[in-house]
Design a protein around this ligand. Structure first.
Ligand code: COA
Length: 322
């Protein structure tokens, strides 16, 4: 069986910055409160008409450039998103069309903030079995489109963005292990109650917004991020000390700090983009990976642990040699 390794990363953030000072003008909050409780100082918001596929295309082209791979070599696209441009077709098929790499399978994965880690796991297994040689794996969301900007418990946290990697068949890892999980019992802690099949509240304008019980989500997130790190490391006879970099889902600075503490991981070895990205849902992990690769923190041969956590709840961990 082949192994799979990441040969290029890319990220894209929309231009418009929304600062905490901007939010002070919109809701009953203070910049200090937001920074203290979340670590977020600013987030990016897609321009009117700018879609998830637009962000995904920019990130994908950067990943392809970094990998030195032409789009025509891509034989699989797996894309994590909760905010597709259309009900159908998938963002992945539209991305495939824009890149001009027709014919191979292309599909979206819906695992909310774990979307990229799910997508990476699937692409990894395609490559392991020989069904794909070069895959494009993307996490992209315009999550702010499903945020109620009058709800101070949610709008402070989220932003838009996209991240991508090119994953290639290799003789050695690459990805060492990948594990996913979910528990649908937690649905109402973090969800959008409206939907295509269950219907929309026609008395409210555009009423498909995220509802969240923040402090309850917080507790499950910390416990899960700690547990999945320990499980994947134990299964591979490794310890936290063997990992150079941990990239958890960028939900909230306090979630990252609490997870690092429980794992006994020095916070300097955790990649943290919360301050400038906020929570970009499926884009959060590949965006943080791209930042740390491009600024030189993550070097070839480093051992990296990616962790996702999101609505559902869903979760997943990828252990890899970069
Ligand atoms: N500004 C000022 N006050 C706010 C506020 C804001 N933006 N948002 C909430 N508050 C208030 C609440 O109304 C509450 O007031 P009350 O005590 O008078 O009722 C108080 O702050 C405490 O609320 P609580 O929800 O307990 O705060 P918290 O410390 O848990 O912080 C979150 C709220 C949302 C920042 C935090 O729970 C969180 O980040 N949770 C995880 C969410 C997450 O990561 N979701 C995505 C996972 S993929």
């Amino acid at each position: 069986m082949n192994y799979a390794r990441i040969v290029g990363t890319g990220g894209y953030l929309p231009e418009k910055v929304v600062s905490n000072a901007d939010l002070e003008q919109m809701i009953d909050t203070t910049a200090e409160w937001i920074v203290e409780r979340t670590g977020v100082e600013e987030r990016r918001v897609a321009a009117p008409g700018e879609t998830t596929c637009d962000l995904a295309e920019r990130a994908a082209r950067r990943a392809l450039d970094a990998a030195g791979v032409g789009p025509d070599a891509i034989d699989l696209i797996v894309l994590g998103t909760t905010t597709p441009d259309h009900v159908f077709p998938s963002v992945a098929t539209q991305l495939q069309h824009r890149l001009g790499c027709h014919g191979g399978p292309a599909f979206d994965v819906q695992a909310v903030c774990t979307g990229f880690v799910y997508a990476l796991d699937i692409a990894y297994r395609f490559i392991r079995t020989g069904a794909s040689r070069k895959a494009l794996v993307v996490g992209a969301d315009t999550f702010t489109r499903i945020i109620d900007w009058t709800d101070r418990g949610t709008c402070i946290l989220f932003g838009d963005g996209a991240g991508a990697v090119v994953l290639e068949a290799a003789q050695e890892p690459g990805i060492i292990d990948s594990r996913l999980g979910a528990d649908g019992r937690y649905k109402e802690l973090l969800w959008v109650p409206a939907g295509v099949s269950s219907g929309y509240d026609k008395t409210r304008e555009n009423a498909a917004f995220v509802e969240m019980r923040g402090s309850e989500v917080f507790k499950v997130a910390v416990t899960t991020l700690k547990d999945i790190a320990e499980q994947i490391l134990a299964a591979n006879r490794m310890r936290v000390a063997d990992v150079n970099w941990v990239i958890p889902h960028q939900a909230n600075r306090r979630i990252l700090a609490a997870t690092a503490k429980r794992l006994g991981l020095p916070e300097e070895r955790m990649v943290d983009c919360v301050r400038t990205h906020g929570n970009t849902s499926a884009a959060s992990v590949p965006l943080a990976l791209d930042v740390a690769v491009r600024d030189g923190r993550i070097q070839r041969g480093d051992t990296v642990l990616l962790e996702g956590f999101g609505g559902g709840f869903t979760w997943g961990a990828t252990l890899l040699k970069y």
